[in-house]
Design a protein around this ligand. Structure first.
Ligand code: ZN
Length: 203
């Protein structure tokens, strides 16, 4: 299976008001080895001094699809979750400067946190989901899926133009503002519509 991640999918207030958005979604992939095994602590890798959390709503693909029309996209997923796209920001900045791929900064072991899954029917509207990330019990990121530049169905359709989606693939739908650095002994928890979806210790 693969983890398909969307970069920069939430406008800040200014961009939102200016009614502008990037021409196309930013897409990258994490290998399945990036998944942090359930219940395990996250170890800051030795090649980074600046690992950032990015809390993101997740979508689990339930059947094979390619060139999925947006109007049918909703039939390709039943489950919604929440996770973290851990990013070695220092490594990423260096790679970005040189125009090189981000994989080392985004795809390392443990860089994908995947919390509990809920049926989309457990929520009244997937395009109106409140979510947040707490660090040491203080809220550091707050988002709502209605603020996405590209909504879930648009993303499913868009990425399926490039990659065949398979059962079990997971889409990381991008992070709202408020990303920041983690340090050893931090305790992170992710909340989706009032439900605690994951908790995590940083080592
Ligand atoms: Zn991200």
């Amino acid at each position: 299976m693969k983890l398909i991640c969307i970069g920069r999918n939430y406008a800040d207030h200014i961009t939102e008001l200016a009614n502008e958005r990037p021409e196309e979604p930013v897409v990258f992939i994490k290998p399945d080895s990036a998944i942090l095994p359930k219940g395990q602590d996250f170890y800051i890798p030795d090649f980074s001094d600046n690992v950032h959390y990015e809390v993101e709503v997740l979508v689990k693909i339930k059947k094979v699809g390619k060139h999925i029309a947006e109007k049918f996209a909703h039939t390709y997923y039943d489950e919604i979750g929440l996770g973290i796209d851990f990013t070695a920001r220092d490594v990423q900045s260096k790679l970005k400067e040189k125009g090189l791929p981000w994989e080392k900064a985004k795809g390392f072991d443990g860089a994908a946190v995947i919390g509990a899954w809920y049926l989309k029917t457990d929520f009244k509207d997937v395009n109106d989901l409140d979510f947040s990330l707490l660090k040491n019990n203080e809220t550091v990121q707050v988002g709502n899926t209605r603020l996405m530049l590209w909504k879930i169905d648009e993303l499913v359709s868009y990425v399926s133009r490039f990659f065949t989606l398979k059962k079990g693939d997971i889409i990381f739908t991008g992070t709202p503002s408020g990303v920041g650095r983690i340090a050893a002994n931090d305790y992170l928890s992710g909340i989706l519509e009032g439900k605690t979806i994951f908790t995590l210790k940083v080592k």
